[in-house]
Design a protein around this ligand. Sequence first.
Ligand code: GLA
Length: 376
Amino acid sequence: MSSKLNATGIVVKSPGRINLIGEHIDYNGGHVLPAAIDLKVTLKLCKTKNNRCSISSEDGGIFSFDIKQPLQISTTHWENYILGVVDGLQKKRPAQMGGFDCVITSELPIGAGISSSAALECGLAKGLNTLFDLELNDIELIEISRMAEHNFVGTKCGVMDQFAVTMGQKKKLILLNCESLEYQLIDAEFSPYKIVLLNSNVSHNLASSAYNTRRAECEQALKIIQQEHSNYSFLADVPETVIESLREKLPGKIHQRALYVSRENSRTLQAAVLIQKGKIQEFGELMYQTHLGLSKNYEVSCAELDFLVELTQNHPQVVGSRMMGGGFGGCTINLVKEDFVNSFTDLAQKQYQNKFGINLSPILVRTSNGVEIINN
Ligand code: GLA
């Protein structure tokens, strides 16, 4: 990036993500199948002549800080996404970072499980990397963004969201091994089906604390398994047969979590093969199995999401449906026959409104490139 461009500022377009399958698997060292989408956060960034950083967002949120002073966790939730990333960059490249202005606008609904937070973190990380010529690579930026979430926001997330948002490619899914970060790009070809998200517009406040609890439960399961089988380093690698053989040693809920993780990792690998072979209906079946596992074994669904998945089962034109993302609200992801999309979203909206008195927001998404820097 030329210094001329840096002087005038840059515009960053940072996408949200979907995940076809492989939910709650990233922090268990398994495989996920996400893609970046064409709904984006836009950040306008330019340098200031001092150490002051001013951040403003379209909904009126505004704050500022001195980049050379130690950064503290804020009591205003969204500010921590920014502070965490800036703190990570500042620690890696203290001499190069300076003051900047940042204006944020977004097409991504918040709390919908399509990673508006990773879009913000990764867009800012990559944008500041360009603005200040930090020369950090994508993997370093992904890690800084993920640690912002751990250290400032307080969610002990895995790597999936930040990886998809940064590395996404148009018309591709990313089959990512979350441990090695090796990945394979797969054609996002679902014809004659379209990907339709149904945003439940609920976001139960359990989400962050329950997420960390699930992670701890998985760690507990792995520790117990390792007492008998020290060869397993990640829960996602443990076969179902091994988990079943240890049923007596794994407390009820811990056993259920482990079972879900092992099955979901296998489903993801199977799904990648099915999608590549064009066997979309068979893949759709796996999506339903995932939902059942997330709802019954992993217990991260909620009444609204279960209802939205169930209502698809009377319609053969919908071949797959499940909750997507961390859970307790947000979106379902559905594979819907192209000529049924409008009728489907209409009927889902009506039935959801009748049942819960809440407006449902359908979102048609396409895959897109990861974070892009645009000349101002
Ligand atoms: C959230 C987290 C991800 C991942 C998903 C569940 O989006 O940020 O790391 O664990 O939940 O698959």
